[in-house]
Write a protein that binds this ligand. Structure first.
Ligand code: GNR
Ligand code: NI
Length: 184
């Protein structure tokens, strides 16, 4: 097991469309183990492989309440195959957009098909937090972030903030402004 770094905005890799898993081998199991370790440590309730810079359609999730036994779930090559017309609003956050939370409207329930770690197909009807989280993670593997569901004004404001923060954290000193004669 190993912790992996979580990539954050404005990292362009978050916009990649991840590739389907074709081989259900030891490397896949290692990736999933590392994703769980990274997700629990963060802590987060879900994680898409692209968030640890691996563009494969792999999702880990655990919606168990704090202090309850763990319920680790893996969804591979997951797709939404139908969604309810009824929508609900839920306050979302994302480990790749740290410390930003906003209400997002999404279908209340979705039917999702996916493969397990053995490559065996499953279909589930999800509602509530599971539906929200599955949609959030399936968005990630398609290069979509929850801020894409907000108004352009809010989205652009968030992107700008993280771009600015990255600029000052990249090791380069802040630009020095030459004193003018007027400012002594
Ligand atoms: O930890 C997470 N919490 C969360 C809360 C509301 C809706 C979605 C999520 S997923 C997020 C972890 C994450 O960024 N997964 O991609
Ligand atoms: Ni996220």
């Amino acid at each position: 097991m190993a912790l992996r770094d979580i990539i954050t905005l404005p990292d362009k890799r978050l916009r990649l469309v991840s590739e389907p898993v074709q081989k259900f081998d030891k490397d896949l199991r290692k990736l999933v183990e590392d994703m769980f370790e990274t997700m629990y440590e963060a802590p987060g309730i879900g994680l898409a492989a692209i968030q640890v810079a691996v563009p494969m359609r792999v999702i880990t999730m655990d919606l168990a309440k704090k202090d309850d036994p763990k319920e680790p779930k893996v969804y591979i090559n997951a797709e939404v195959i139908s969604a309810s017309n009824e929508k609900a609003v839920y306050e979302e956050g994302c480990l790749s957009i740290p410390e930003y939370y906003e209400e997002v409207e999404r279908p209340v329930s979705v039917k999702v098909k996916y493969l397990d770690l053995d490559g065996k197909p499953h279909e589930i009807e999800a509602s509530g937090l599971l539906a929200t989280c599955l949609q959030h993670e399936i968005d990630h593997i398609n290069g979509i972030l929850f801020i894409d569901h907000l108004s352009k004004l809010k989205r652009d404001r968030v992107i700008k903030k993280y771009k600015k923060a990255a600029k000052h954290a990249d090791g380069k000193p802040a630009p020095r402004v030459e004193p003018t004669s007027r400012g002594l």
